[in-house]
Design a protein around this ligand. Sequence first.
Ligand code: GTR
Length: 431
Amino acid sequence: MRAGKLFLVGVVALGVFRGAWAQRFVPNYDESKVPPYTLPDPLRFADGTPVRSAQQWWDRRRGEILELFRTHVYGRSPEPVPIRFQVLEQSPQALGGTAVRKQVRVFFTKRSQPAMDLLIYAPQGKSPWPAFLALNFRGNHAICSDPAILLPRSWMRSGPGVKDHRVTPAGRGSASSRWPVRLILSRGYALVTIYYGDIDPDYDDGFRNGVHGAFDPPGKRPGDAWGAIAAWAWGLSRALDYLEQEPLVDARRVAVLGHSRLGKTALWAAAQDQRFAMAISNNSGCGGAALSRRRFGETLWRINTSFPHWFCENFKRFNNREDQLPVDQHMLLALIAPRPCYVASAQEDLWADPRGEFLAVKHAAPVYSLLLGRRVFAVEKQPPVNQPVMDVLGYHIRTGKHDLTLYDWQQYLRFADRYLKPKSTPAAQDR
Ligand code: GTR
C-alpha cells in the first residue's frame, strides 16, 4: 500500500515537473535566429544516388521515405482489418429539407468497442458525390445544431457541453464556425466527419484504450509502435474502406482534411493511403507541414514533451537533434505526390511556423514536378496574406489566428473544384 502510494505521488510529481518544464519553453519567433540547416533531398536515395525518373520514385524512393517516417516519426500501424458497420440513422430530408444525412457506426473488430461514428451529409439529388473527410475535435454533434446528430459516447476532454469527460447535448453546434455544412453541400460535395476520440482518446494512457488497446500485441511496445496520430490516420483509412461501399460518396474523389493535430493526421493518412485523392492541411504545424529543422515556434522537444503519445517513441531521439532526422516534413508532402495537396497557414499562428509550412510545400514541389513532367508550384517567395497560390500544390496564409475558418474552406472548395470535379482529375490521369 505504502509503496503504491509513494509510486503514485512520484508519478504525479513527475507529471507536474514535466508540465512546469514544458511551460518554461521559450519558442523562437525570430527569423534571424533560425539555425542554418540542410534538408534531406527527397530525390536522392538513402545511398546518395539521385532519383532520375518517376519510375525510380515509385519503385524505390517513395517506399524508402515511407519507411523512414514509420520508423522514426509516426510509428508503424497495423495492416488494414475488415470492418463491420451498422447504419444508425438516415434521413433524405435533413437540414430543413436541403440535405441527405446518414450516420453509420464502423467497428474495427468483432467487438462493439472501439467503434467510430461517421456523420455523412450529402447534397440531395444524384449521388455519388466527391467528399471532404475530416476528423473533428469536439464530436459530430458540435459541427452543426442539427438535433438528429447522435452524441458521441467516447471520452472527451473538457470543453463546451462536456461533463466528467462525457458529452451532453449542450455542446450541439458549438464548433459550427469551423464547419460551413450548407456551403459545402451547395457546392456539390458531401461532408463526412468523425469524432477523433472514437478512434483513440487523446490523452496519454499508455496506449491502453482506443484502437491501440484493440490491436497492440501484449508486451513492451517497440520504438516504432504507432502513436496517436498514426492511430487517427489509420481510422481515416478505415473510414475510406467504408466509403467505398457508401452510395452517397464517390470514394475515388475524397479529400482528407484536418486542422492542427488533425492536419498532421490528414497528411500522414494521405501519405500512407494512396486512395485519398487529395489532402488538406490546415495550420498543422510541427509534425505536420512545418519543417522541423527550423525550430521556429513549437519544436520536436516541446511537442514530444507536451504530447508524449502522439508520435512513436523513436521520434523522441530527435528532440533538440533535428539535424539528425533522416527526413523532414517536405518529404511527408512529397509522399502525397502527385495528388493535389493544399497547405494553409495563419498569420498569427506563429507556433505552427507559417513560413516553415510554406517552405515544406516549396521543397516538396520537385517531386511533383518529376512525377508530372512539368514545373509545379513555381513560387519563390512566401505569398502575401490572403493571396492563395493554387497549383496541384496549393498554399495560403490568411490573416488571423490558429483556426479553421470560412476563408479557409472557401479556398479548399475552389481547390477541390479544380481537382475533384469530373473532367479535371489530373492526379488520376497522371498516375
Ligand atoms: C497544440 C500543439 C500543436 C497543435 C495544436 C492542436 O497545443 O502544440 O502541435 O497540434 O495543439 O492540435 O490544437
